[in-house]
Design a protein around this ligand. Structure first.
Ligand code: HEC
Ligand code: HEC
Length: 332
């Protein structure tokens, strides 16, 4: 009788132990945004075929009026899908008003563009296509052009079961963008995968500065290093033409407010800020250390601070530890 009870206890013990073991393992291997967890809207399920079609369209210059500019002209894979220019260049050398942001991890954006206004990637696709300084193409013309390309028309019929149209164009490009994930930086290995040796002493000191001594994580918290909200960090100046989110809301409180960008891969995405006005991480640190350039357009959180040169270097090295180019394996 006693032996039987012991046996039951033993079974329960094994059950609890294996449960805990499993639980710990799943915590240890938890991936901050694993492919399986990529969110997508109800009307655009993420599928391999759509991603593949979107990828072809993304690199296709026929999307612009004179067939010289593709999405990838300004969102270049090896630069984390930004272009390392202050502002970008569209058709006929026309300049954009803003700096091209990385679109890695854009599946997690709560709103799209610096105005923090457009709700989905699908809606964003048509903006650069029709924009005079970017691709300058009429949607009507473009659909006619792309429908006449057999490969695209066949793919549209196969995947969406209808002719190539704006729905096919926007759904597939947005799907391709959602597939661009960068989440295995050395910081991720240190912080999420609990590999203590993944960061150097300097990088760990930089992370401490960033997250504890300074105030950076108030607006740039892990895992995405942004809250996705618009805010003011003092880059905007009274005389600037680009008034930020005010442009779409016309609320004076939104003057100088821009969506907080992710800091993942900042090593590759210079120059910085909506207008590309700061060229290096050192310049960014100086900007914040002065409490933001224009205090009228800066959140109160941003206060002046003093760092010595080794602190500045540590902070920079930490930011560079957010680089993860493993996504490039699909772009050679
Ligand atoms: C001429 C350069 C240029 C071209 C071509 C271009 N973009 Fe962009 N892209 C930009 C710039 C500049 C911004 C920032 C604009 C803003 O926020 O107002 C941007 C912003 C974006 C964003 C928003 C990212 C975020 O964090 O909110 C996405 C997504 C995007 N582009 C995708 C595309 C796609 C898809 C195409 C092709 C259909 C494309 N872009 C073509 C320059 C370009
Ligand atoms: C009150 C919110 C806030 C705080 C606090 C804050 N930032 Fe920012 N950060 C922003 C906003 C908003 C932008 C974009 C501004 C623009 O484009 O004009 C930005 C942009 C940046 C960029 C440029 C990214 C890019 O791709 O262009 C870097 C780098 C950066 N911040 C680092 C930091 C560091 C380091 C700290 C701490 C010292 C910090 N931020 C604190 C709001 C904040």
């Amino acid at each position: 009788m006693w032996a039987k009870t012991q046996y039951y206890f033993f079974l329960v013990f094994i059950f609890i132990a294996s449960f805990l073991l499993f639980k710990c393992k799943s915590i240890a291997s938890v991936n901050i945004f694993s492919i399986k967890e990529i969110p997508f809207p109800a009307d655009n399920e993420l599928t391999k075929d759509k991603i593949e079609l979107g990828r072809k369209l993304f690199f296709d210059k026929r999307l612009s009026i004179n067939e010289t500019v593709s999405c990838a002209t300004c969102h270049i894979p090896q630069f984390a899908f930004s272009d390392q220019k202050n502002v970008s260049e569209g058709v006929l050398g026309r300049k954009t008003e803003r700096n091209s942001p990385s679109i890695l991890n854009s599946a997690f954006l709560k709103t799209v563009l610096y105005d923090a206004f457009l709700p989905t990637l699908e809606m964003q696709v048509i903006v650069p296509i029709q924009e005079h300084v970017e691709m300058d193409m009429s949607m009507l013309e473009l659909i006619k052009r792309l429908k006449a390309i057999e490969e695209y028309q066949l793919a549209a019929r196969k995947i969406f079961n209808h002719d190539f149209d704006p729905w096919v164009l926007t759904r597939s490009i947005a799907s391709f963008e959602r597939s661009l994930i960068s989440n295995n930086s050395r910081f991720d290995q240190f912080y999420y995968q609990k590999n203590k040796n993944a960061l150097t002493k300097s990088e760990k000191a930089g992370w401490k500065l960033f997250s504890e001594k300074l105030y950076c994580t108030k607006c740039h918290p892990a895992p995405c290093f942004t809250t996705f909200l618009p805010d003011k960090n003092g880059i905007f100046k009274e005389e600037d033409k680009d008034k930020g989110r005010f442009r779409v809301t016309e609320d004076s409180l939104d003057i100088g407010s821009f969506k907080i960008p992710s800091l993942r891969n900042v090593e590759l995405t210079f120059p910085y800020m909506h207008n590309g006005s700061l060229n290096t991480i050192e310049e960014v640190i100086v900007h914040y250390s002065k409490g933001g350039k224009d205090k009228n357009y800066s959140n109160q959180i941003i206060r002046p601070f003093k760092l010595n040169s080794s602190d500045i270097n540590n902070l920079k090295l930490f930011l560079y530890s957010l680089t993860d180019t493993s996504y490039m394996k699909d772009f050679h």
